[in-house]
Design a protein around this ligand. Structure first.
Ligand SMILES: [Zn+2]
Length: 458
């Protein structure tokens, strides 16, 4: 961290702040390495350094955002941002009040990837790639990658905040594709650490499980389409709550949409009393964990649904101001050259009290849906393709099935949740919104049982 940079940014804010209702500068210094393999081929090796940022101004409710490279052009860019805000502003600026914050947040580093040679990183990832390729003759190809990124982000605004935050992400992604007689299946694993390169060492078993999954699914027959009682595994339960529900909780979406305002009135019962949904940025070391958001608001743990009732939405300062609710610390940007928008952090269904065995014990014929291959949402409708599926027969897990796609209306599906498992876990995710992706988040959940889910087969 560099106090000279902080001083320079503060001086710029002081020079210009009286001309607009609100002004902020974010500047990010980052160092990135990425290596990827496709099959046995080294696909790419990249190393980059950057110093870039963005200026946001708001005047009479009109926002502008201007990016800059390096500090020499900053003064000119601030002037541009201010004149653009003048052009669009025609109302009043409504930002929820927050106390100014001065803070410096550093990463408690384990083994720092910046001190490790490119050769060593490449060797590590090449070995894991080979492990997947050699796992079984039916593994046809792989997609394996490594990345590390260390950044320092400076945030200074016209209301007296000055926050400097370090962040490290070390990530390994391991994909295996298996083929047999024209059938193609894939398996995937990812590992992320916020503090330590060594988190990627000694993970052979986890890497191999990507290949195991792909091979196992080669045996699966297409599921017979119909309505079933479905049990989601923790990963898919987390994806469901993020994609189908979490995005609807983002207040920028809600206040632009009268139908959603009606469907998402705070205090409305949404599901059984055992259902609790959180967005929690304060859990240590997950991809979505932050101390302050990109508007300098302290990040929090929030209940979106508590005891089955809709309790809170996700806000930036403007949506909180306009809807007269409290800011939640959910303004996030992909990096400092993008404007912060309302985003999730670590979003999860909290654990309930049922074991997996109890949840399936009285299901005569149902489907166990595991992990996610892909999906889409359209307003309140969703479709997810599970990566793996198994029939549940007479209270027991039975044969593997493929082509398990789940379709429904999120509000109906929340009401159809029958049981919540006692086994919460979190998985890494990358979220996309308004051209900013992949934003690091995590999704979590226990096993969740739902009735009358439409399952499409082939
Ligand atoms: Zn998302």
């Amino acid at each position: 961290m560099n106090t000279a940079i902080e001083e320079q940014l503060r001086d710029q804010i002081k020079t210009h702040r009286d001309r607009v209702d609100y002004l902020e500068i974010r500047l990010q210094q980052s160092e990135t390495t990425s290596i990827s393999f496709r099959g046995s081929q080294l696909d790419s090796v990249n190393r980059s350094f950057s110093l870039a940022g963005g200026v946001r101004a708001c005047h009479k409710g009109g926002w502008s955002f201007v990016t800059f490279n390096g500090l020499s052009e900053l003064d000119t860019r601030i002037t541009e941002a201010i004149s653009q805000a003048y052009l669009v502003g025609q109302e009043t600026t409504q930002l929820a009040e927050i106390e100014p914050i001065e803070d410096q947040v550093s990463v408690k580093l384990g083994r720092d990837p910046r001190g490790i040679s490119l050769q060593e990183k490449r060797q590590l990832i090449e070995n894991y790639n080979k492990l997947l390729l050699d796992f079984d003759s039916r593994i046809q190809t792989t997609a394996v990658s490594y990345s590390d990124r260390f950044s320092i982000t400076y945030f200074v605004n016209s209301q007296g905040s000055c926050i400097t935050q370090e962040r490290l992400d070390v990530t390994g992604r391991f994909g295996a594709i298996a083929t047999n007689n024209g059938t193609v299946r894939q398996g995937f694993e990812s590992i992320n650490s916020r503090s330590d390169y060594n988190a990627l060492i000694g993970i052979e078993d986890q890497v191999k499980s990507a290949a195991e999954r792909a091979i196992r699914q080669l045996e699966a027959q297409s599921v017979k389409g119909g309505q079933y009682t479905v049990v989601l595994d923790p990963y898919l339960a987390g994806v469901f709550i993020h994609e189908a529900f979490g995005h609807l909780s983002e207040a920028d979406f809600v206040y632009e949409n009268p139908r959603m305002q009606e469907l998402l009135q705070l205090g409305k019962p949404m599901a059984i009393e055992q259902l609790n949904v959180i967005d929690d940025a304060t859990i240590p070391d997950l991809p979505g964990s932050i101390l302050y958001d990109d508007e300098g608001v302290r990040a929090q743990r929030k209940y979106l649904i508590q005891n089955g009732v809709l309790t809170q939405r996700l806000h930036n300062r403007e949506t909180a101001g306009k809807l007269k609710e409290s800011p939640t610390g959910n303004a996030r940007a992909l990096n400092a050259t993008y404007p912060p928008i309302v985003r999730m952090t670590n979003t999860a269904i909290e654990a309930g009290d049922r074991s997996f065995e109890e949840m399936i014990a009285d299901i005569d014929e149902g489907v166990y849906a595991v992990r996610m291959l892909g999906g889409q949402t359209n307003g309140e409708m969703f479709t997810f393709a599970a990566a793996e599926g198994y029939m549940i027969r007479n209270g027991q897990l039975a044969e593997p099935v493929s082509d398990v796609t789940l379709t429904g209306n999120v509000f109906q599906t929340l009401k159809d949740i029958e049981a919540i498992g006692n086994d919460l876990s979190y998985s890494n995710g990358g979220c996309g919104k308004s051209g900013q992706m992949p934003l690091p988040v995590s999704v979590g959940g226990p096993h969740v049982r739902m009735k009358d889910v439409v399952v499409g087969g082939r």
